[in-house]
Design a binder for this molecule. Structure first.
Ligand SMILES: CCCCC/C=C\CCCC/C=C/C(=O)SCCNC(=O)CCNC(=O)[C@H](O)C(C)(C)COP(=O)(O)OP(=O)(O)OC[C@H]1O[C@@H](n2cnc3c(N)ncnc32)[C@H](O)[C@@H]1OP(=O)(O)O
Length: 298
């Protein structure tokens, strides 16, 4: 079957590239740590609290392309090198969408070299976030499917906005298999039985159901998401950093070690999968489903 190029997606992506990053007005005690003038993240560090905020800023849906992944990595690198930075809140500058997951344009009929670089960047961002010395909270202020859900799962705590928002690892609905480290991150959060169902069925949870299975920790009105995350951060920062950090290392260490051992093999497997024509056919079918808005949550 011949693949059709989806003009709707192409339009979305070129429009994204044209958008110049909006600069936030900075409070006196906050410093702007954004990676560059046209960065796809907005980063602030509050010197009084030691808490940084990283806002994903790639409208309309913060889909994770190579640039956004690179900007997240640069921002995290900078923050983690700052001794006075102790916590980080990850959120989106577009209320209603936390992150739509991996950018389909990086996966649909890609050049192999670019696809490898893209996948390695995703691996790197996951590894940095999952093993971060910082206390991390995801302020999920909108939809969070697939790679968006993964990003939030790397954090130590998740606050989500009430409303018709969905969160989950829906890869099987795309005819894809969530890589083992996506699966491990999910299993470590909601337990094996629930993860088995969630992953095989590609479940996208409503906020209420996500709360019930432990995928998120709090569900609050949209306007309270950031405030709730900041209050919760104070609880995490009351714990001596070293004790909290070493505990996190011990809890997450085995997952990270397994990942490091299999990281190269994972890239090769993904490349084999993504360069396969059957995968590209499934992806094409999914893109049409997306166009007709048939996604539903449980
Ligand atoms: C290259 C190597 C990688 C190989 C990997 C291969 C396989 C291994 C496993 C793969 C693991 C995959 C992980 C993923 O994250 S895949 C992405 C999964 N994401 C989704 O299924 C979400 C899709 N999006 C939506 O459901 C909705 O857009 C929404 C997030 C619920 C928001 O809905 P709404 O507010 O109604 O916005 P629109 O649907 O109208 O979207 C606005 C425009 O944005 C475009 N869009 C949406 N999502 C993406 C995306 N993920 N990538 C690129 N573009 C996206 C959408 O088409 C609209 O464009 P338009 O304005 O031009 O119409």
């Amino acid at each position: 079957m011949a693949l059709s190029f989806n003009p709707r997606l192409v339009r979305g992506v070129s429009r994204c590239h044209a958008i110049v990053t909006a600069k936030m007005a900075l409070a006196a005690s906050c410093r702007d740590f954004s990676a560059a003038e046209k960065s796809t993240v907005i980063v602030n560090l509050n010197d009084n609290t030691g808490v940084a905020t990283i806002q994903l800023n790639r409208p309309p849906v913060n889909s994770l392309n190579l640039q956004l992944l690179t900007d997240i990595k640069i921002a995290l690198d900078k923050l983690q090198m700052k001794k006075d930075c102790r916590g980080m809140i990850l959120t989106s500058s577009s209320p209603g969408i936390f992150c739509a997951g991996l950018d389909f344009m990086e996966m649909h009929n890609p050049q192999e070299g670019r696809a490898r670089e893209f996948w390695r960047s995703l691996q790197e961002v996951w590894k940095m976030l999952y093993g971060s010395r910082l206390a991390t909270i995801a302020a999920i202020n909108g939809h969070s499917p697939a790679g968006g859900c993964l990003l939030s799962l790397t954090c130590d705590y998740r606050v989500m906005a009430q409303g018709k928002f969905m969160i989950g690892l829906n890869e099987t609905l795309l005819g894809m298999v969530a890589p083992f480290w996506f699966q491990d991150t999910m299993t470590n959060t909601i337990g094996h039985r629930e993860a088995e169902k969630a992953l095989q069925l590609g479940l996208l949870y409503s906020g209420e159901n996500a709360l019930n299975v432990g995928l998120i920790d709090e569900l609050v009105p949209p306007e309270k998401v950031m405030q709730t995350a900041q209050v919760q951060m104070q609880t995490w920062l009351k714990i001596p950093d070293l004790a909290r950090r070493l505990t996190k290392e011990q809890m997450r260490g085995p997952t990270l070690q397994k990942f490091v051992q299999r990281q190269n093999e994972d890239v090769d497997q993904i490349m084999k999968f993504i360069m396969d024509s059957a995968t590209q056919r499934s992806l094409g079918i999914y893109l049409n489903t997306l166009k007709h808005k048939q996604l539903t949550s449980v």
